[in-house]
Design a protein around this ligand. Structure first.
Ligand SMILES: *Cc1c(COP(=O)(O)O)cnc(C)c1O
Length: 452
């Protein structure tokens, strides 16, 4: 196809579409890029230009675009049973997937409740937690949630409310639940000379003080384990999660682990909670769940929570929440094929080498005068740019420097999508070393353009 085709698709797009998380006026200058096909880590547009998908298409893709095994599984499923209502009915893929998820996730998470996106999985956890305390002992006092500064849990009103990224949230403030916000254990904020573990302990002490004051009014604490992804890929020590689990037990509030982004191997273990050896009361999963093929999400919880809803119908204790596409069989088939890929590729093990290679390559930026921090947890690595290389918490640059890296990337076969001044890599697990080399070279030149 020709670039004419490319252009006319973009024009037709701009006449009828409204893109997510986008100031559409920006597209007056740079129209959206129509992608014709994708294989492995490579996206290809209608001009035959190629881009390495360094961000896994918003963190969903694990084993490559158009992965043949996952595509085949979805195709087979579609010919047999594309969908069936999940209230009063069930199907084989969802039973098999649920058995696998219960077996793979931390101990005690024995029940799976399905929806179709990460925000909804969070909404389910919030509603279930609140409703649990109500069912359990008629406790209506527990109405609040504790969240972490700089956290992100999605865009629907409940999920947005328990997030803390002002850029997405502040506009809608009048509409939102008011959480109680604890300081983040984000290791970027530690004092110089302080270890990430010590800082985690200090921030856990601050959380303990909040719980001491508010626990009787609180349903749950919600966190993104180990990495605050949308919050500029800020990372923290597993020590915080250990303290958090103990504090939630001590103060009788739930722990909600939002592993929508970090689940399925991103942090180096299948689930991030494993690194602290903890089990949350709720775990939210989506994004990588289907290998990046289908919208599907699940909220796992414990027998204890489940049992508090189990009663005669007229007791009105049931969880009357549903989505039209809850537990869609195509999504479940994609998820099962994805779990098979983990096994057959020995992915968690292989990722260790890839992650080490990524870290080694990025270390070349350590002495760069504009690099304040290089951080990595498993298959997620980030570089924080500041005007003078000092660790700052404000983003004084109004010039959208990350955007320059993005543009430079597009001209050089790389889809990088910096968060503010943070450039990060969260690639599909099928990336190879020469593709990592290529990305790091593009980042290097991109940084020089950004800081100019
Ligand atoms: C992306 C994300 C969500 C929201 O998931 P959607 O599928 O985009 O609704 C929730 N929590 C975290 C941690 C996320 O990164």
């Amino acid at each position: 196809m020709t670039s004419q085709h490319n252009q006319s698709l973009a024009e037709r797009d701009l006449a009828v579409l409204w893109h997510p998380c986008t100031q559409m006026k920006d597209h007056a200058e740079a129209p959206p890029i129509p992608i014709r096909s994708a294989q492995g880590v490579w996206l290809e547009d209608f001009d035959g230009r190629r881009y390495i998908d360094a961000v896994s298409s918003w963190w969903v893709n694990l084993f490559g675009h158009s992965n043949p095994a996952i595509a085949e599984a979805i195709g087979q499923q579609a010919k047999n049973l594309e969908h069936v209502i999940l209230a009063g009915f069930t199907h084989e893929p969802i039973v098999e997937l649920s058995e696998k998820l219960v077996a793979l996730t931390p101990k005690g998470l024995n029940r799976c409740f399905y929806s179709d996106n990460g925000s909804s999985a969070v909404e389910v956890a919030l509603k279930m937690s609140f409703h649990y305390w109500l069912n359990k002992n008629g406790n209506q006092q527990k109405q609040y949630f504790i969240n972490l500064a700089n956290s992100y849990h999605g865009e629907t009103l409940g999920a947005l409310a328990v997030g803390d990224v002002g850029l997405y949230k502040d506009t809608y403030d009048p509409l939102l639940l008011k959480p109680i916000t604890a300081p983040s254990p984000d290791a970027y904020l530690r004092e110089s000379g302080e270890s990430a573990d010590d800082f985690a302990d200090r921030q856990a002490d601050a959380l303990a003080a909040l719980l001491e004051q508010h626990a009787q009014d609180c349903c749950a604490v919600i966190v993104e384990p180990l990495i605050q992804c949308a919050g500029y890929m800020r990372m923290y020590s597993p020590q915080y999660l250990r303290r958090l689990r103990a504090l939630c037990d001590e103060y009788n509030v739930h722990l909600i682990a939002d592993e929508v982004a970090v689940g399925f191997g991103r942090t180096g273990t299948l689930f991030a909670c494993e690194q602290a050896d903890i089990s949350p009361d709720f775990m939210c999963l989506s994004k990588g769940l289907t290998g990046g093929f289908m919208p599907l999400s699940v909220t796992l919880t414990t027998d204890q929570v489940y049992d508090a809803f189990y009663d005669d119908y007229d007791q009105l204790k049931a969880f009357l929440h549903s989505h039209s596409y809850s537990g869609n069989p195509l999504g479940c088939a994609a998820a099962l094929a994805t779990l098979k890929e983990f096994e057959q590729r020995n992915a968690i093990q292989n990722n260790r080498q890839l992650a080490a290679y990524m870290g080694q390559k990025l270390s070349r930026f350590e002495s760069h005068p504009n690099v304040a921090d290089i951080r990595q947890t498993g298959m997620v690595a980030a570089i924080e740019l500041t005007p003078d290389g000092s660790r700052q918490t404000e983003y004084p640059w109004q010039e959208r420097r990350g955007l320059r890296v993005f543009k430079h990337g597009l001209e050089n076969e790389a889809l990088l999508r910096p968060l503010g001044n943070v450039i990060y890599l969260m690639p599909p697990y099928v990336i190879n070393e020469s593709e990592i080399d290529q990305l790091v070279d593009v980042i290097s030149a991109g940084i020089e353009i950004a800081v100019r």
